[in-house]
Design a protein around this ligand. Structure first.
Ligand code: 8YV
Length: 315
């Protein structure tokens, strides 16, 4: 056991919580009924904080932790971490990139398939016994169609590879063109207007908040389907509900939402929307790898002899 106190601010799976508890004095802020009392007790001693990808860490909490040295995020997204504040206080921030890239990209492809080939409806059709009486409805072919990726990072590239293998055409937008074979479209509205599927794969946070608004949805238009495997904050959900209700866009496949686990009521009743409960990285293998990396990042810092890979803003 290291002589280090850690604050845990999100519910963690046992395969991460137990190894943490074996090596650190862990204080479960997420589960504490009296959070103020817990802080009064342990705050001055806390040197590490573990949170989830979607956890929002307010600066007021960090203000209460004067000895904090590192935040280790159990997730690739660290949009809930105030990185500017952490830079000022020289608090290290680490996350779990790479290990979840393939799984998240798989979910983007699944949403493209489900929103186009209607496998959910087809599955229901067999189970409800309709097949013995009639043929299933025809759906839409994917090869030859186009995919526009917003944010060609590690996950965006893994999605591009997959849909290219399916015979789809890939274009992308982002801050700058990259050395890739896909077509770069600098303007988001132009990309939305050009493609059949607009796939959101950029980081969340202030820079991308409500990036997909009514104007972009109008550009995507009736031929277009919106896929989001990134963060709910990137889409103006009210505008999305309106665009789906009015037929402004063709449909949507969503793994993430603004106020998880709450999904706008209106979406629940829509057949042209596929809804998943944020399962991008939710395989046993990947969550284990994320947990191992989340702890390894803490160990690297507190053992002081291993290299620490920080998030880009603090690297
Ligand atoms: C996880 C995620 O659900 O990695 C992320 O940023 O959003 C997801 O993989 C989450 O991080 C678990 O804490």
């Amino acid at each position: 056991m290291k002589d280090v106190d850690i604050l845990i601010t999100a519910p963690l799976p046992s395969f991460l919580r137990e190894p943490l508890e074996a090596d650190y004095r862990c204080h479960d802020y997420a589960a504490a009924s009296d959070k103020e009392a817990l802080l009064r007790d342990v705050a001055p001693r806390i040197r590490g904080l573990v949170q989830g990808g979607g956890t929002v860490t307010p600066t007021t909490l960090l203000d209460a932790l004067p000895a904090l040295e590192i935040i280790s995020v159990f997730g690739v997204g660290y949009d809930g971490v105030p990185t500017g504040y952490c830079r000022e206080r020289d608090i290290k921030v680490t996350n779990t990139p790479d290990v979840l890239t393939d799984d998240v990209a798989d979910v983007a492809v699944a949403l493209i398939l489900m929103t186009s080939r209607d496998f959910i409806g087809a599955n229901r059709f067999v189970r409800e016994g309709h097949w013995t009486r009639r043929s299933p409805a025809l759906t839409a072919k994917l090869s030859g169609r186009s995919v526009g990726i917003v944010g060609l990072g590690r996950i965006g590239k893994a999605i591009a590879q997959r849909v290219e293998a399916m015979g789809m055409n890939v274009a992308y937008t982002g801050r700058k063109p990259q050395d890739v074979a896909y077509r770069y479209v600098p303007d988001l509205a132009t990309l939305a207007g050009d493609v059949d599927f607009l796939v959101i794969a950029c980081p969340g946070g202030e820079a991308t908040r409500r990036l997909i608004d009514a104007r972009i949805l109008a550009a995507l238009g009736k031929k277009g389907t919106l896929i989001n495997i990134a963060r709910g904050s990137i889409i103006d959900e009210t505008a999305l509900v309106e665009a789906l209700a009015n037929g402004t866009i063709r449909g949507a496949g969503l793994d993430v939402f603004e106020n998880e686990p709450h999904v706008p009521q209106a979406l629940l009743a829509m057949d042209h929307v596929v809804l998943l409960p944020h399962v991008g990285s939710a395989t046993r293998e990947t969550r284990q790898a994320m947990g191992d990396l989340c702890k390894a990042n803490l160990d690297a810092w507190f053992d002081e002899h291993r290299t620490l890979t920080l998030v880009p803003e603090l690297g």
